[in-house]
Design a protein around this ligand. Structure first.
Ligand code: ADP
Ligand code: ZN
Length: 613
């Protein structure tokens, strides 16, 4: 095996040559180095983190073939198209091909003409296919979306279990590298265990992508918010996720009525319509996609500028995966979660609807609770996310999430907190948020009277507030770690050690001024937040030039029948519009312009700049 140092230098050269990027991202460098030193590797990276490069570059350096296990046909095709556009020899084998085509590709692999071969996991269950693979020199097996091997994950695929016996059966064991965006401990254990990774190096990186401005907005009039947002971001591609088909249909109609080119996607639509809508979105024929969570896996569109969650998703894994579809090209993008308490009910209902054993159900409730805490948290949302996934981070604020941008004053709510904590204590820490709120409100409801809670000294001590306001405050105190919730369908609030300190007056509680509750009339919580300051910088992007470059790209994309980002992504066009390269050398210095791509697609862009002078 070559020395790692030597290979990393070569790896960097290939990155420049084929992808036009001057350097690896931090996480990519570590993963590539690990793979090149021959070690099994588990790479956890969010969507858009740049996973594919982590195995594609080693594939170019290792002898023989890299076999990529990929779960989705559309994903495979996109990846192979992108590789071919960059000048890398790659192919895929899946059920869309005829037997003859499959054989041709296997023969090409045998002749050593392919560096990467993408296959669906189901292939590995076929005897004849396994036999064919034994005749190849397979240096690496890259498992994409590796969380599919775990029953704990949200996309379990039985055929992923065929990977390990397949590897064991090969005459020479390849390096096994597994990649996913899901990083919970159970799933990580399954990936290393079920894929039988040998003393793997594990890298969790890049979850906090600094081009994504995360927001959680509570108390918005959601529908108006989406309509307004889509209008003010008229020319930009975005995804709106809603929990139910009904909401998807409703939003879709309204957006279309208001003149926004919109598509929709959910499991209730005929296959063909779904496929057409997806294509239209990929090719920028429509701007906004309204969808349930059925949409997205395998969507390799890099210029999505925003992802709005119309409802809170069921857990952080799902959220990060869906929100991560924004800004894969590294350009500033927004992820907005519109939260309402009703979302909690919906998610609980969905858990109850889904027949599953008690252990899993319990697990889902626990994850839901963590998601809720994220929504109520007042600390930097990026920290919240990184802490959840166990990624190390320095404690500098991201500065662009809705909490970092929250300029409302900190107010001392110690007295309110003490009242709440003492009420919970008097109720013997045996009830949920709703009943505690009723008691504090001084409600006469049946349950309150049944337990004799109207006798408590804290009964009615917060009667000037609505029950909703009280329970919101309790939820914030939970998210801030003063209170804890038991797990399960009917969680019970308990005092955390921090609350005891507060009760003893050893600790103050400072929170942002409570948000005004939803006012249907204005439809917008008038919370005070700093605007995004991305645009304040000395950005010299010339919008007219940028738009013209997009038109050139669109023409090329139509001619070649590939999605436009395969040609060059938005980040690349933006850099061009700033630099205005008029020679081949200058053009090759733009990030995203590799040698092959320049030869294939570069000329019209170059001519544009030459004529501009
Ligand atoms: P993933 O598969 O993890 O979702 P991709 O491999 O599609 O992510 O990469 C996401 C985006 O980041 C792509 O537009 C890709 O070209 C870009 N990218 C990846 N690596 C680099 C890098 N080293 N420098 C600049 N851009 C990169
Ligand atoms: Zn932040």
């Amino acid at each position: 095996m070559r020395t790692e140092l030597h290979s990393m230098e070569e790896a960097k050269q290939l990155l420049q040559k084929y992808y036009g990027y001057p350097d690896f991202r931090e996480g990519q460098r570590k993963i590539v180095a690990s793979v090149l030193s021959g070690v099994d590797t588990l790479g956890i990276m969010p969507t858009g983190g740049g996973k594919s490069i982590c195995y594609q570059i080693p594939a170019l350096l290792l002898p023989g073939l890299t076999l990529v296990i990929s779960p989705l046909i559309s994903l495979m095709k996109d990846q192979v198209d992108a590789l071919l556009a960059a000048g890398v020899s790659a192919a895929y084998i899946n059920s869309t091909l005829s037997g003859k085509e499959v054989n041709e590709r296997i023969r090409a692999a045998k002749r050593g003409e392919l560096k990467l071969l993408y296959v669906a996991p189901e292939r590995l269950e076929l005897d004849w296919f396994r036999e064919e693979m034994k005749e190849l020199t397979i240096s690496m097996l890259a498992v994409d979306e590796a969380h599919c091997v775990s029953q704990w994950g949200h996309d379990f695929r039985t055929s992923y279990l065929a990977i390990t016996p397949f590897v064991a059966d090969l005459p020479r064991r390849p390096i096994v590298a597994a990649f996913t965006a899901t990083a919970t401990p159970e799933v990580m254990d399954d990936m290393t265990g079920l894929l039988k990774l040998k003393d793997p190096s594990v890298f969790v990186t890049g979850l906090g992508r600094d081009n994504l401005a995360m927001s959680v907005l509570r108390g918005e009039n959601k529908r108006e918010f989406v309509l307004n947002y889509a209008h003010t971001h008229g020319s930009q591609p975005g995804i709106v996720y809603a929990a139910t088909r009904k909401d998807v249909d409703d939003l879709y109609e309204r957006l279309r009525e208001s003149g926004v080119p919109t598509g929709r996607y959910h499991a209730g639509l005929p296959d063909q319509e779904r496929e057409e809508n997806q294509e239209a979105f990929l090719y920028d024929d429509i701007r906004v996609m309204v969808a349930t969570n059925a949409f997205g896996m395998g969507i390799d569109k890099s210029n999505v500028r925003y992802v709005i969650h119309y409802n809170m998703p069921k857990n952080m894994e799902a959220y990060v995966q869906e929100a991560g579809r924004a800004g894969r090209d590294g350009e500033p993008s927004e992820c907005i979660l519109l939260f309402s308490a009703q979302d909690i009910m919906t998610q609980k209902f969905l858990i109850e609807q889904n027949p599953q054993d008690e252990v899993r159900k319990h697990n889902e409730y626990r994850k839901l609770q963590q998601m809720i805490e994220y929504c109520y948290s007042t600390k930097c949302l990026r920290w919240g996310m990184l802490d959840y996934f166990g990624e190390e981070h320095d404690h500098s604020l991201c500065g662009i999430c809705s909490n970092c941008r929250d300029e409302r004053e900190l107010v001392d709510v110690t007295t309110d907190a003490q009242i709440i904590f003492s009420c919970i204590h008097r109720m013997r820490e045996r009830f949920g948020v709703a009943l505690v709120s009723s008691v504090l409100k001084g409600s006469q409801n049946k349950k309150v009277l049944q337990y004799g809670f109207e006798q408590l000294s804290t009964y009615g001590m917060m009667r000037r507030r609505t029950e909703k306001e009280i329970s919101e405050l309790i939820n914030v105190l939970i998210a801030e770690g003063y209170l804890s919730l038991s797990e399960g369908q009917y969680p019970v609030v308990k005092l955390a050690p921090l609350a005891i300190e507060v009760l003893k007056s050893k600790q103050q509680v400072m929170l942002r001024a409570p948000e005004p509750s939803q006012t249907a009339a204005t439809g917008s919580s008038s919370t005070k937040r700093k605007g995004r300051n991305y645009d304040d910088g000395p950005s010299a992007v010339n919008e007219t030039v940028f738009e013209q470059l997009r038109l050139i790209r669109r023409d090329l994309a139509e001619k070649e029948r590939v999605p436009s980002y395969i040609i060059f992504n938005d980040a690349t066009l933006r850099e061009m519009s700033v630099v205005c390269p008029t020679s081949e050398t200058d053009m090759l210095r733009i990030k995203g312009v590799g040698e092959v791509k320049f030869r294939k697609y570069g000329v019209p862009f170059l001519e544009f700049f030459q004529n501009m002078e």
